[in-house]
Structure formats: C-alpha cells, structure tokens
Ligand binder design. Structure first.
Ligand SMILES: Nc1ncnc2c1ncn2[C@@H]1O[C@H](COP(=O)(O)OP(=O)(O)OP(=O)(O)O)[C@@H](O)[C@H]1O
Ligand SMILES: [Mg+2]
Length: 213
C-alpha cells in the first residue's frame, strides 16, 4: 500500500527529519481513506505478522499525520505484553488501558495530552496476567464505543498477530486493520496467515505497509 521511509526514530511525521517520511504517512492516510470509502473508519488497528516490523512506529506516525489534518486522534497502546507508547511519548504508565478496564481508573483521567495538538495517548497500563482476556472483554468494546464519541480517529498499536491472539481480538473491534510488513523479514506465507486469521473474525485488512523498504 505504502512505503515508509527509513528514519531511525519513532516520530518522523512531526519533525522535519525527512520530508519523504512525513509524506509517506500522509499517503498512507489518504490510502486508508479510499480503502474505507463508504464505511466507518474510526477505529484502526495496526499490526504485523511478527515482532519488530514497525507497528509502533507506523501507528505513532500515522496518528501524528491525522492530528496534523486537524483530526482529534487517540493513540492506544494495545500491546499489553510489551508496551512502548510510554517511551515514545515519555510519560508514566501508571494509569493506562488495563487500569480502566479493571475499574481502577476512568478513561478521562488515563488519557493524556501530547506535545502535538489534537493527539492524545492512552498507554497500556499495568501489565496484566491475561492480556487476551482483558482485550476481549465487553468492557474493552464498551470503552471503544464511549471514546469513539470523543475522537475522530482511534489508532490501536498491538502485538504481532502470529505470536498471540491479541491482534485478532482487537481486529474484531476495529473498522480496519493496517498490516505493517518489514520487507525482507516477513514471508508471504506469514502475511497470508495473518490475512486468514483476520478474515476468520471478519476483520477488514485495509492494506499492507511496506516498512523499512
Ligand atoms: N521505517 C523505519 N525506518 C527505520 N527504522 C525503523 C522504521 N520503522 C521502525 N524502525 C525501527 O525498528 C525498530 C522496531 O520498530 P517498532 O518498535 O516500531 O516495531 P514493532 O513492530 O512495534 O516492534 P514490537 O513487535 O517489538 O512491538 C525500532 O527501533 C524502530 O525505531
Ligand atoms: Mg511495538
């Protein structure tokens, strides 16, 4: 779908690091708009077949790109096993998604602002013993429904789709799935397996982002 340019950092879209990198995320944003024409495209899941393919980088920069388009954006860390948004946007991870779902926090207090206007972040929160169960809970679906009223776009970062079922579970709650592929690392067979697993739960893959191309 789109080729993400090398940057070496997470946040390229908000720096003038490379104009090409920002441009490639704008192109991705545009491609998503056309892939979802006529359908809801508010909740988007970002995943990949295996680890370290660029899910977090893509989710972050896509979120910045939407915020720059004056959309009110919420970026959620759905990688409860190995969360990283608290490092991308340095902040405490004391109150996050899992703390809301376990009733320890309200989402209004757990979501935080960032240096980028229109961009809000919800970190993963306390690492739970049962991530898949927590993500698949009715509370998670209800939370997304509630937050959908307040944000124009909700982007969810996730663990690798072939490692655990978390991405598949989140796929069922999303309007579309952006599949990030590290060219040269992931095989066609792995991509097909992710595609099948998403189709199995009626999740809609919007396209593949060739990262680190
Ligand atoms: N387009 C790119 N150009 C250069 N480096 C990149 C690019 N995309 C990602 N990276 C780097 O590759 C590493 C892995 O990226 P990232 O954390 O986004 O992947 P991930 O799929 O979220 O990994 P994990 O499975 O561990 O969550 C990071 O160090 C990141 O800075
Ligand atoms: Mg990640």
């Amino acid at each position: 779908m789109t080729r993400a340019m090398s940057s070496g950092t997470y946040l390229v879209a908000n720096k003038n690091a490379t104009a090409d990198a920002s441009e490639s995320y704008r192109t991705l944003r545009t491609n998503i708009r056309f892939s979802t024409m006529g359908r809801s495209s508010k909740v988007l899941l970002v995943t990949s077949a295996s680890g370290q393919e660029g899910k977090t980088t893509t989710a972050t920069n896509l979120a910045v790109s939407y915020a720059q388009e004056n959309k009110k954006v919420l970026l959620i860390d759905g990688d409860l096993r190995s969360p990283s948004l608290q490092e991308v946007f340095p902040r405490s991870n004391k109150k996050g998604l899992t703390d809301i779902l376990s009733g320890q926090s309200q989402w209004e207090e757990a979501v935080s602002t960032t240096a980028i206007s229109n961009l809000f972040v919800l970190t993963a929160g306390t690492v739970p013993p049962n991530p898949s169960e927590i993500l698949g809970s009715d509370q998670m679906q209800q939370l997304l429904n509630q937050m959908s009223v307040y944000y124009d776009v909700i982007l969810i970062d996730s663990p690798a789709a072939l490692d655990v079922s978390d991405a598949q579970i989140l796929g069922t709650m999303s309007d579309g799935v952006v599949l990030v592929a590290h060219q040269g690392k992931v095989t066609k067979d792995q991509l097909k397996r992710v595609k099948r697993s998403m189709e199995h739960v009626n999740a809609h893959i919007l396209g593949v982002v060739l990262n680190k191309a």
